[in-house]
Write a new protein. Structure first.
Length: 91
């Protein structure tokens, strides 16, 4: 009968670590009073919404800049013509 020697056994890590970040700990199984709540937790839906909002604001900023540029160009054209177009448009 062979005896198992612990000094010959080796522990080898074969993959990445497994880390759990608890969101909420209850006093019972899935119910009860909340004992711990992670204040830095952000749900996946919230993070997706924030990403979409950032992309949307980027587009809105670009369109606002284009509008301002076209407004400036229109003002410069009227100044360059010396008001010659003022009779063309009826007020």
């Amino acid at each position: 009968m062979k005896s198992a020697r612990t000094d010959q056994n080796k522990l080898i890590e074969i993959g990445p670590r497994f880390v759990l970040n608890p969101i909420r700990i209850f006093s019972g199984s899935f119910t009860g009073r909340t004992l711990y709540a992670n204040p830095r937790y952000e749900s996946p839906n919230t993070s997706r919404r924030n990403e979409k909002k950032a992309k949307g604001s980027k587009y809105a900023n670009r369109k606002a800049a284009q509008f301002e540029a076209s407004k400036r160009n229109t003002v410069h054209q009227n100044v360059d013509t010396g008001g010659a177009l003022s009779g063309v448009f009826k007020e």
